[in-house]
Ligand binder design. Structure first.
Ligand code: DGT
Ligand code: CA
Ligand code: CA
Length: 577
């Protein structure tokens, strides 16, 4: 099924939300974002909802009120939304781009356009370099410097896409191609197969009976907006989300070597080719050769074996020691999604989340988890409606009630009551220790004051690590992919403290967060520090994000024993107390 209209409407609604914020309208932006979010996650296309139920049908969807339903109707009938067109006409600017700059929100974007005719990142950069921004808003030099840094950062990541954003789309396309009777073997290669946190383009390989037909089907997939090339063995398209997919059809006898070659990474392949040469062999995408005789090619494992290596998981192929480890047969046994027994960081509608605690629990039960830890924000985070001690106590009662209900179903499942408390600028926590003591577990993280000096912010986090009531440090680096760099911390110092006080650092699976990148995970593992892979879900469907965290953990060589939420419920709680 094609969900093109759902996606287009979602994108328009996200943009309308920004325009509303530009005008200083309250509450409505949130409603539009919610509607966009619902549209993105729908399992039915919006045209058929409307065809079946008309305006009433649209209104009966969660998160869609009267005025938004009318806009959907308008779009389905006319292909346009007048209000949106008007906004675009009065403010012809790249709003997504501008507000992704740290310190620039919709209102500032509006002023920038009105006063300086700034429409995009390039305009903004030029103006900032001439100190025009500071003059306009009364910013100090430092703020303007931050803006320039943020622009440089955005430019660096331009043209790369979050794995979490595109993987669901890629998996959908793989599924569609797999269903074709002509397709024999199929795999994604490149950085997607290696689960790199950001992806330049998507590479897919297949072997097939009738390549022409497959190419014909591929270039007409829903969501394709441009065909770069369409040939008998290779086609390349641009998807509406902006990323490209390369599809290659190869011969069966070359499938393994081509998969190996296009999985990369380039650095990994270079070393592999050297090893081949040392053995008087030659490795290329067409196979492994002795002289002109092909000795391997159809199977990837075979190539590694003949080169004297254990087969290497794609996530490890970055030339970071995996080849030496494969030679010595000491590769790590990487953690898998199946090893995860529960999630210790998700949000409910008590603060920031979209679903009730019970709905979150049901999703976790469906995922065969043994436990789910509700860790809502605490009171310092006012914008997220953070919980104070009184509401935390009420929440505890609610969780007890749900646990009781669930226990009658004879499931091996329990809800745990935690919170994601704030590490304040002086390292203290916004909820008293005497209260935290009563909770099942406590996550604590930095949610404000990122721009402190390296020494100060490190001390601040270490103070939280030493706090006996805290079990997990969330957002240990504070980065937001493509938006904000890690905050300056002395990571080695934090690792030493975490090891000494036996605290777990969080691998955050939320696609744009991914606190603890592959290299940091590797460092933590080497330092003997335990980690926890959490979804940070704000919606029940987002519990699935866990796979992205597991992907990064694998890239960081993490094994089951390194990750605490592979433990049973009993063992986990014993360690927390
Ligand atoms: P991306 O797309 O930037 O996220 O990263 P990759 O790794 O998917 O890179 P891509 O799409 O340019 O190429 C796919 C793989 O093909 C790459 O990982 C390794 C292989 N490859 C591409 N160009 C070269 C090359 O010049 N030399 C070698 N040895 N391998 C290459
Ligand atoms: Ca690629
Ligand atoms: Ca490529």
């Amino acid at each position: 099924m094609d969900f093109a209209k759902n996606r287009i409407l979602a994108k328009i609604f996200y943009e309308i939300a920004e325009y509303l914020e530009m005008e200083g309208v309250e509450f409505k932006p949130r409603a539009y974002r919610k509607a966009a979010f619902v549209l993105e996650g729908m399992e039915e296309n919006i045209e058929s909802v409307y065809a079946k139920g008309g305006l009433k049908g649209l209104e009966s969807m969660p998160g869609i009120g009267k005025s938004i339903a009318l806009k959907i109707e308008e779009y389905l009938k006319t292909g346009k939304i007048r209000r949106y067109q008007e906004y675009k006409k009065s403010f012809p600017l790249n709003i997504d781009e501008l507000i992704s700059v740290q310190g620039i929100g919709p209102k500032k974007a509006k002023t920038l356009y009105q006063k300086l005719k700034i429409k995009n990142l390039d305009d903004l950069e030029k103006a900032a370099k001439k100190n025009k921004i500071a003059a306009l808003f009364g910013f100090d030099k430092k703020t303007e410097k931050n803006i320039l840094e943020s622009i440089a950062f955005l430019k660096k990541s331009k043209g790369r896409f979050l794995l979490g954003e595109i993987l669901p789309l890629v998996e959908d396309i793989l599924k569609k191609l797999k269903k074709l009777k002509q397709v024999e073997q199929i795999s994604v290669a490149g950085s997607v197969r290696r689960k790199k946190e950001t992806v330049g383009d998507v590479d897919i390989l297949i072997t097939a009976k009738n390549p022409q037909e497959i190419m014909g089907y591929f270039v007409q997939l829903p969501g394709v907006v441009k065909v770069w090339m369409k040939g008998p063995t290779r086609s390349s398209v641009r998807m509406e989300q902006g990323f490209d997919i390369d599809l290659r059809v190869v011969k069966k006898k070359n499938y393994g070597s081509t998969l190996q070659y296009f999985t990369g990474s380039k650095d990994h392949n270079i070393v592999l080719r050297k090893i081949a040469i040392e053995k008087k062999l030659k490795l290329s995408e067409y196979g492994l050769f002795r002289g002109s005789k092909m000795i391997a090619g159809w199977d990837e494992k075979e190539i590694y074996r003949i080169l004297g290596l254990d087969w290497i998981e794609p996530e490890l192929r970055e030339n970071r020691g995996e080849i030496e480890a494969a030679q010595k047969s000491v590769l790590p046994e990487l953690i898998t999604v199946k090893d995860i027994k529960g999630d210790l960081h998700c949000h409910s509608d008590w603060s920031g989340g979209e679903n009730t605690i019970e709905e979150m629990a049901e999703s976790a039960i469906e995922m065969n988890y043994q436990y789910l830890g509700i860790a809502d924000h605490t009171k310092f985070l006012k914008i997220e409606n953070g919980l104070d001690e009184r509401r935390l106590s009420l929440q505890k009662k609610e969780i007890d009630k749900i646990n009781l209900k669930i226990s009658s179903r004879n499931l091996n499942f329990r809800l745990l009551h935690g919170c994601e408390a704030n590490i304040l600028t002086n390292g203290s926590i916004d909820i008293k220790n005497s209260f935290l003591k009563k909770m099942d577990f406590v996550v604590a993280g930095v949610h404000s004051g990122f721009k402190m000096s390296r020494q100060k912010i490190t001390e601040r986090i270490i103070k939280a690590v030493k706090n006996p009531e805290i079990d997990i440090i969330s957002h240990p680096t504070g980065r937001i992919l493509k938006k904000r760099d890690e905050y300056q911390i002395d990571f080695d110092k934090i690792l030493r403290a975490a090891k000494q006080y036996n605290k777990a650092l969080e691998i955050n699976s939320y696609p744009k967060r991914m606190d603890l990148n592959d290299l940091n995970i590797y460092r933590a593992k080497q330092a003997g520090v335990k980690m926890v892979i959490n979804s940070d879900a704000h919606h029940k469907d987002q519990l699935d994000f866990i796979g992205f965290g597991v992907g990064q953990a694998r890239r960081g060589w993490a094994e089951k024993k390194d990750i605490i939420n592979t433990d049973s419920f009993e063992k986990l709680l014993k360690n927390f107390r």
